[in-house]
Design a binder for this molecule. Structure first.
Ligand SMILES: Nc1ccn([C@@H]2O[C@H](COP(=O)(O)O)[C@@H](O)[C@H]2O)c(=O)n1
Ligand SMILES: [Mg+2]
Length: 333
C-alpha cells in the first residue's frame, strides 16, 4: 500500500472522548431543535440529513456528534476506513433472497462437487445459527467457529480447486456489493483515504469481487484468508493464521506493519456487521477517534440492544452504503 506523504505534525488536539464529559448529557437528549435552514451550520445540515435515514439508530446521538465534529476538525488526511467485507460491503439480501458470502460464492460454484456442496451446506446450517446466537457468549462460540472454518477449508482443499476457476465462480455468482458501493470506493480513492478490508472470508474471492466491479483501487488493502496454490495452480492449503469471525483482534495485531504505515491516520471509520468486527481497529496506533457503524441484517429484535451498545450508529436492514457515504463526504468536504 502507498505510504501517505502528507505527514501531519503531532498536535495537542482534544479527542471526542476527552471533551465528552464537559458537554451535554450523553443520552436521551432531544433531537436538534428545528431551525430556519439558513441558520444551520454545515454540521447541523449534515447531521439532520443522516438522522432522517429511517434505518439509522443511535443510542447516544450527542456522542456521535462529538466524534464526527472531532474527526472533521482533524481533517481527511488523518482518516482511514476499516471495513469488514461479507454482509458489510456486500448485500445481505436482494429481491428477498440471501446473497452469498465469499465462502458461499465458491461453495455454490461448479468447481465444487455436489457431494461436497451438501457437506458445506450442512456446516452452514449447523454453525451459522451459532454465529448469530445471542444466548451464547463469545467464549462459547469461539471454538465452534474455529471448527466451522477449519472443516470448511479442509473440504475446499480436498476439491483440488484450480486458481483459474475462481474468476468464473465469482462472475457466475449472485454476489452483490451494497448500493452506493461505487461512490464509496471511488470517493475514498479520489481523496487518498486508505481503506482496509478486513475479512474472515476468502481473500482471493473477495479480491475478485472488487476487481470485477472495478473498484479495486490502489488505496485498498485486504487482510483475509488467502488460498495457497501449488505450482500447477491447484489449491493445496490456506496461507497463514486462520481469520474467523471472533479473532480479528489477533489478526489486526499480526499486521502491525500496515498500521505503522498509517500511523498519521489516527481517525477511524469502522464498518462491520458482526460484534467480532469491533476489534478490527485494534492495531491502529495512537487512535484519536473512532466512529463505528454496524449493519444489523439478521435476527434484528434479539440483537438490536447489543448492537446499539457496541456500535455508535446501527443500520437496520439497510442494503445501502448511503450513511457511510454521507459520513465520508462530510469528513472530506
Ligand atoms: N464456511 C464459512 C465460514 C464463514 N462464513 C461466513 O463468512 C463471514 C465472514 O466474513 P467477513 O467478511 O464478514 O469477515 C461470516 O459472516 C460467516 O457467516 C461462511 O459463509 N462460510
Ligand atoms: Mg461480515
Amino acid at each position: 500500500m502507498r505510504k501517505n506523504k502528507n505527514k501531519r505534525q503531532p498536535t495537542k488536539r482534544k479527542t471526542a472522548s476527552q471533551t465528552q464529559k464537559s458537554k451535554r448529557p450523553r443520552s436521551d437528549s432531544p433531537k436538534m431543535t428545528e431551525k430556519d435552514s439558513s441558520e444551520l451550520t454545515p454540521f447541523e445540515i449534515f447531521f439532520q440529513k443522516i438522522e432522517k435515514f429511517s434505518k439509522l439508530h443511535m443510542k447516544d446521538r450527542d456522542r456521535v456528534q462529538e466524534i464526527l465534529q472531532s474527526m472533521q476538525k482533524a481533517g481527511s488526511k488523518t482518516l482511514q476506513v476499516i471495513s469488514d467485507f461479507d454482509m458489510t460491503l456486500t448485500r445481505f439480501e436482494y429481491n428477498g433472497k440471501r446473497c452469498p458470502t465469499c465462502h458461499n460464492i465458491l461453495e455454490r460454484s461448479d468447481v465444487i462437487s455436489s457431494d461436497c456442496k451438501k457437506k458445506l451446506q450442512g456446516l452452514l446450517d449447523k454453525y451459522y445459527p451459532i454465529e448469530i446466537d445471542t444466548t451464547l457468549s463469545v467464549e462459547e462460540k469461539l471454538p465452534l467457529m474455529v471448527e466451522w472454518w477449519t472443516k470448511a477449508h479442509e473440504l475446499l482443499v480436498n476439491q483440488k480447486i484450480k486458481k483459474d476457476g475462481l474468476a468464473k465462480a465469482v462472475r457466475d455468482s449472485d454476489a452483490k456489493l451494497r448500493d452506493g458501493y461505487k461512490d464509496f470506493f471511488d470517493h475514498l480513492h479520489e481523496h487518498s483515504i486508505p481503506l482496509l478490508i478486513f475479512s474472515a472470508g476468502i481473500g482471493d474471492i473477495l479480491e475478485e469481487v472488487i476487481r470485477q466491479t472495478e473498484v479495486f483501487h490502489p488505496n485498498v488493502k485486504v487482510i483475509s484468508n488467502y488460498m495457497d496454490f501449488d505450482e500447477s495452480g491447484v489449491l493445496k492449503a490456506f496461507k497463514g493464521e486462520l481469520i474467523h469471525i471472533y479473532n480479528k483482534r489477533e489478526g489486526a495485531l499480526l499486521n502491525t506493519g500496515h498500521f505503522q504505515e498509517l500511523r498519521t491516520q489516527t481517525n477511524v471509520l469502522l464498518l462491520g456487521d458482526s460484534l467480532g468486527d469491533l476489534n478490527m481497529a485494534d492495531g491502529v496506533q495512537d487512535m484519536e477517534n473512532i466512529l463505528k457503524i454496524g449493519f444489523l441484517n439478521d435476527k434484528v429484535e434479539e440483537r438490536k440492544q447489543s448492537y446499539l451498545d457496541s456500535y455508535d450508529i446501527v443500520l437496520i436492514k439497510d442494503e445501502s452504503l448511503d450513511v457511510p457515504n454521507a459520513v465520508i463526504r462530510f469528513l472530506t468536504e
